[in-house]
Structure formats: structure tokens, C-alpha cells
Design a protein around this ligand. Sequence first.
Ligand SMILES: CC(=O)N[C@H]1[C@@H](OP(=O)(O)OP(=O)(O)OC[C@H]2O[C@@H](n3ccc(=O)[nH]c3=O)[C@H](O)[C@@H]2O)O[C@H](CO)[C@@H](O)[C@@H]1O[C@H](C)C(=O)N[C@@H](C)C(=O)N[C@H](CCC(=O)O)C(=O)O
Ligand SMILES: Nc1ncnc2c1ncn2[C@@H]1O[C@H](COP(=O)(O)OP(=O)(O)OP(=O)(O)O)[C@@H](O)[C@H]1O
Length: 517
Amino acid sequence: MKLNLLLNPLFIKEVQGKVELDISGIEIDSRRVMQGCLFVCLPGTVYDGHQFAVQAVNAGAIALITERKLSEIPSHITTVQVPDARRALAILADVFYGRPTSRLKLIGITGTNGKTTTTHLVEHIFNENDKRTGLIGTLYMRIGNYREQTVNTTPESHVLQRNFHTMLEQGAEYAVVEVSSHALDMGRVRGCQFRTAVLTNVTHDHLDYHESMERYSDTKSLLFSQLGSAYGDEPKIAILNADDPVSPLYARKTAAQVITYGVKNRADIRASEIQMKPDGTSLQVDTFQGRTQLNLKLLGIFNVYNALAAIAVSLSEGIPLQQVKRSLEAFEGVMGRFEPIYAGQDFTIILDYAHNPDGLENVLQTAKTLTHGKLYCVCGCEGDKDRMKRPIMARVAASYADFAIFTSDNTRSEDPDSILRDMLEGLEGGPIPSSGYTAVLDRREAISQALELAHPGDCVVVAGRGHETHLIAKGQRIPFDDREVILDLLGSKTTLTMPPESWMEGNVVVHVPEASL
Ligand SMILES: CC(=O)N[C@H]1[C@@H](OP(=O)(O)OP(=O)(O)OC[C@H]2O[C@@H](n3ccc(=O)[nH]c3=O)[C@H](O)[C@@H]2O)O[C@H](CO)[C@@H](O)[C@@H]1O[C@H](C)C(=O)N[C@@H](C)C(=O)N[C@H](CCC(=O)O)C(=O)O
Ligand SMILES: Nc1ncnc2c1ncn2[C@@H]1O[C@H](COP(=O)(O)OP(=O)(O)OP(=O)(O)O)[C@@H](O)[C@H]1O
């Protein structure tokens, strides 16, 4: 694409050099630059991309977007100075890839927990109903069988727009995207023409970055204000969790039409008569298309919320309720999210990705409800991330588990002992698990101890890592997959299908939510 066409929508302070150039791609990392690229110099949290301009030119960049004048740039290289390179990147990426979101039906899902699960639920329902989708999130970018690995839950704008372009090429009608608070804050989704925005929930996480819950919640609300205020021929919809206290404020921030879902409060899509059994959850759902009975294979009230959000998206796209029901009932779950690991052992093991207080509480609450015997929890906290959640997560584990084993997660640059000390501070003067707790630095050893302690009827929850296959410590990525470790400790190579009767020996549990209508 010609550079002058790319630059058209940009507010430019100064251009030096020719703009009649053919640009082969847009890059922000000098190590990935290819011949003919436009290199955008981004100020980052660790480095300043301007430092790598010369490196980018040496690697083949023919033009640069900068926020200031740079010395040492060869005179044949075009330099375009803008006030804000990150904003410029979003605009350039949108133009370079042909404004793909104007031709895709874009659904963005934000929230502290449940984004991955809800995007997968929506993808599954849509695909079962002949709507071709692309999905972007923590696990991957995928369109049918085509997959690309993602570095971030929500990629930087040039990768995001490239993904959307690929989706269009592959015939996708919809894009279902996890939108993280970091992405909203850094403007990675600027330029995306969202059709539907969904909120799962807002609870404590990422305060290392956002600093306060107010700022965190305010950042998440950007997705709803970014639905825009112009009305076109197609509907714009904000889907909000009626039981989350932030929702009324988010409703005020959007000009879009609002659909609510929930369990406790009045909502457009509301679940009641929730019953949880070891092999699934049944519920009644009242919607604007009538009432239906649902039998989900998923466990936990948190998954009821995820399912309600997916129902709201599906109904708003005109999929009949009975078809939504059929599709939801066939959904098997998402890798590493409340996933049972069974290799013939006589107790239950749940692999889960919970890595913040609310996620852990939801998972342990669900496991406890279904466990007749003892509940064991193995969990840790990440280094170089929100320190404030460490004692809270330990308290959550202590409140639900009969025995807690605190261990390491990604320690990054931090001393693993000091992370554990932060966690254990949460137990001072607080609840202590009925059978006690221990701290075991080595994660494999921690899991091993939990499996050795468990008896028939017990349940071991291994939390925090879910689908992850590596641990990060001192700048190294060390292969470590909780699933493989568990199977290895059980002396098995693969998981088997678990017969429902060998799950936790729980009776049918009826959950009666408190109605506040
Ligand atoms: C804190 C943060 O979000 N950092 C993101 C940010 O990197 P950064 O600003 O720190 O970049 P930097 O390392 O300082 O470098 C500055 C610039 O110099 C460039 N550079 C750097 C080195 C070099 O040799 N050459 C070069 O050109 C870099 O490419 C960059 O353009 O921009 C990068 C490109 O978009 C992101 O990949 C990176 O995400 C890192 C990996 C990360 O861990 N982010 C987390 C916090 C995050 O965003 N998480 C959310 C999900 C959270 C959740 O819900 O759990 C997500 O959406 O993934
Ligand atoms: N609606 C929910 N409310 C609370 N906890 C949830 C909910 N859905 C899932 N969880 C818990 O949070 C964990 C992460 O779920 P999921 O991956 O769907 O969320 P996410 O928002 O994509 O997380 P991340 O952004 O960190 O990838 C699950 O393993 C489960 O423990």
C-alpha cells in the first residue's frame, strides 16, 4: 500500500522524505521488521521504541513513525512525526488492512473473569448455527481449524487488524474477541467498530497496572463508550451483568441499546432454579423469547453467568432460543477451566486457571459444594504482578479448602519465598483451613503432596495455570504443564473419560439465589 494513502487520516506534525512509497507491512518491534516495512516507534513500559529505529532501518524499514526528531536516521528514510505514535498505529493498521471491522460483525467481551469461557461459548453456538466466526483471546486466534498463537489476550492494534483481515479472507462473518483492560488502556482496540460489547464482571485484579479498582473499572467501561454514539442501520448492543454493581454506570456510558443478564437482580435474561450435580448444571432461563430449561455440562454458578452472557449475544443476533439451548447443552468446556483430570484415580482432580481472588473463590465454592470428602487446594501467585491480591487469595483458599498447599506460580523476577510470605500474611488473624496448610516452593512437589493426601471422595483443585505449558522464572520460560505433571504423578500418559459416578460424591445441590426484584 502507498504510504501517502496510509497517512491520509493521520494528524501529522512533520514529514521528511518521500511519501510515494510502497509499504509492505507495519511493525513495532525492530526484531520482526521485514524489507519495505513501516516501523512505528512506540514508547513502552521497558524500552522506548525510538531507540530501535536505526536497527529497524538496518533490517529493512523504509519509513518511520516517530514522536520526535531522530538523529542518525539515513536521509533516504522517510520520517513522519506524530503527537502520539500508539494512536497513529491504530489508525494506520485499520487503513492498511482495509478497515476490516467495517465488514465483520465484531463482538467484544471484557471483564475480570469469564472472557475466554464466554468467547468460546459464543463461538460454539454461532458455529453450530452456521455462522462462521473468528476468535481472539488468551488461548489463540482461531477461525475453524486455522490457529495462530497469541502473545497477549488482546493483541496490539496492527496484529489485531491483521487477524481481522485474515478472518475476512477465511470467510468469517463474526469476530468474537476478548478485550483486556490493558488493551483498552493502551488503545489496542481503537479503530475497531464493535457491534456488541459484553461485560462478564469486574473484581480485584491487575491493580499493579491500574492502581485502583476505580481506575480499573473505568478502563473496562471504555469498551462500552467505544460502541460509539452514532446510530446506523445495524443495531449496537451493550450486554451487561445485572448482578455486577458497575453495570448501571456502564449503561450510562454507552449510547447503545442495553440487554441485561443475571441471577439475583431483575434482568432481561435471568436464570433461576439452578441445580448443580457432579456432571452438570441445570437451570431455567427466562428471556425475551420465552422460557427454557437448560442442562449444561459446565459446573458452577460462574459458568451460569457465562452461559447467560452467551445467550444474550446469541439472541441479539437472531438465533432462536431453542437452537441456542441445543448448542449450549452440547458445549464441553474450555481447556484448563474447571477441567476434571481423570486417569482412573479414586478422587477428583480439577485443573483451573483461577488467578485472582474472585476466580479462585468461584472455583473453590463450586468444588466444595460437590465434594463429600476433603477439599485440597494447590495455588500460588504471580511475581511482578498485583501484590495486593496475594494475601486475599490465600484467605480465599483458607476459607474453602480443608487443606491448602501454597506454592509457586510464574515468579518472574521476584524471589519465590517473598511471594509466598505475602500470601501467608493473609492468614494472620484470618481463617485457617480445618486440616491446616503448608507452603511448598516447588510446584511439582506441591501437587504431588496434594495427590498423596487425597482419599476417595476428596477433591484436589490445582489452580492458577490452567492451559499454560510453561512457568516464567528469572527471565526463563521453563516447560511446566500442570496437566502433564498431574498425569505423570498418577502414572498415566493420557486422561480418560470420567464416569459421572466416580466424580466427587456430591448429592444434587439446589442453589436458590437471593432474589432482589
Ligand atoms: C505491560 C504491557 O502490557 N506491555 C505490552 C507492551 O510492551 P511494552 O510497552 O512494555 O514494550 P517494551 O518492551 O517497553 O518496548 C517498547 C517498544 O520497543 C520495541 N522494541 C523492544 C525491544 C527491541 O529490541 N526492539 C524493539 O523494537 C517493542 O516492540 C515496543 O514497541 O506492548 C507489547 C506489544 O503490544 C505487549 O506485548 C506487551 O505486553 C506484555 C507482553 C504483557 O505481559 N502484557 C500484559 C500485562 C497484558 O497486556 N495482559 C493483558 C491480559 C491480562 C489478563 O486479562 O489477564 C493482555 O491483553 O494480554
Ligand atoms: N464468570 C466468572 N466469574 C468468576 N470467575 C470465573 C468466571 N468464569 C470463569 N471464572 C474463573 O476464572 C478463571 C478464568 O476463566 P476465563 O479464562 O474464562 O476468564 P478470562 O477472563 O478469560 O481470564 P484471563 O483474562 O485471565 O485469561 C476460570 O478458570 C474460572 O476459575
